[in-house]
Design a protein around this ligand. Structure first.
Ligand code: FES
Length: 73
């Protein structure tokens, strides 16, 4: 499913970028060879970051990113 129409990014590409360490929408765009354009996908990308980051081990048991980053709430 396409998440970012401006850059043609699918949910699979976004999930892979987040799993590889992208923790901001800008980092996701860059990891996928794109850039921020209309911003219409920002909330969806932030949700993907929260979801994937929550599954990865962190210093507070896996939910560290969602709690540490107000923009991701
Ligand atoms: S839909 Fe992603 S930047 Fe426009």
């Amino acid at each position: 499913m396409y998440i970012c129409l401006c850059n043609g990014l699918t949910d699979t590409q976004v999930a892979a970028a987040v799993a590889a360490g992208a923790r901001r929408p800008k980092a996701v765009y860059e990891a996928c060879g794109g850039r921020a354009q209309c911003g219409g996908c920002t909330r969806t990308i932030l949700a993907a970051i929260r979801e994937v980051a929550a599954r990865q081990p962190g210093p507070l048991g896996g939910v560290w990113f969602a709690r540490a980053c107000p923009a991701a709430a």
